[in-house]
Design a protein around this ligand. Structure first.
Ligand code: ZN
Length: 245
């Protein structure tokens, strides 16, 4: 099976459509979404509709999806995220809200666990260093864990985490072997990358070869920025997309 793994689309439909187009030559058997379909971006309805269509089997809830359906106290968000979250809720229709409401916070497929944040705290926790990864290897039983939330592509094996060797950040097109060790993998963010590279991030999981290929795909950032302006969303959300922060 070949699986396209997307995460943190954040209502950036231009980025999502570009990722799908750029990978259309690969015959995917499935597409998995690791959460945060909405929040920050200008096209929440379009992104929910598209993710619902392309990722019917594995789609996980993220903290911003929770916020949009009112399951999160927005006092934990910074003012910009809070404003964008209110705006998102007002935009979404009942069907979109019901879809987000229906999403699980963890799924197990074969030998793979799929969450948004971390196995320990599926919606909230950021896995960004060896210490937090080391703790989290104890909170799931499968061999591989796919997670998002940090908006940074990375991978870390259990052995590295326990030796306090920090997660590795892959380059575009890098293929890693995932055939043996327990490993945590983050495909990065489609709609709001935060590692200084503004290109959309995603990963391709090949379950026969047991490899994961990391991809970075340029998209029309200016178009998304124009859509944000048209919706009157905060300038900081517009600027960060060009910088990938
Ligand atoms: Zn996110």
């Amino acid at each position: 099976m070949k699986i396209l793994i997307i995460s943190d689309v954040h209502a950036n439909v231009v980025a999502l459509e570009t990722v799908l187009k750029a990978t259309q030559d690969i015959e995917f058997d499935d597409i998995w979404s690791l959460g945060d379909v909405v929040g920050y971006g200008p096209k929440p309805c379009e992104c929910v509709d598209l993710v619902r269509e392309i990722a019917p089997n594995v789609s996980i809830i993220g903290n911003h999806d929770w916020a949009a359906i009112g399951r999160l106290d927005l006092e934990d968000f910074n003012p910009v995220a809070k404003y964008a979250s209110y705006w998102t809720t007002m935009k979404l229709g009942v069907g979109h809200l019901n879809y987000l409401e229906s999403l699980p916070n963890r799924m197990i497929e074969d030998d793979w666990t799929i969450v948004h944040g971390s196995p320990q705290h599926p919606v909230w926790e950021y896995v960004y260093n060896a210490r937090i990864a080391a703790i989290n290897f104890g909170f799931y039983d499968t061999r591989i864990c796919f997670l998002g939330h940090t908006h940074i592509q990375l991978y870390i094996t259990e052995e590295s985490a326990k030796s306090n060797i920090q997660p590795k950040q892959p380059s575009d097109g890098q293929v890693i072997d995932v055939g043996e060790e327990r490993i945590i993998i983050n495909p990065g963010s489609v709609g709001q990358p935060r590692d200084g590279d503004p290109r959309a991030g995603c990963a391709i999981f090949d379950t026969e070869q047991m490899t994961v290929t990391f991809r970075r795909i340029p998209y029309d950032i200016k178009l998304t920025q124009q859509q944000l302006r048209e919706e009157g969303l905060p300038e900081s959300l517009i600027l960060r997309l060009s910088m990938g922060v």
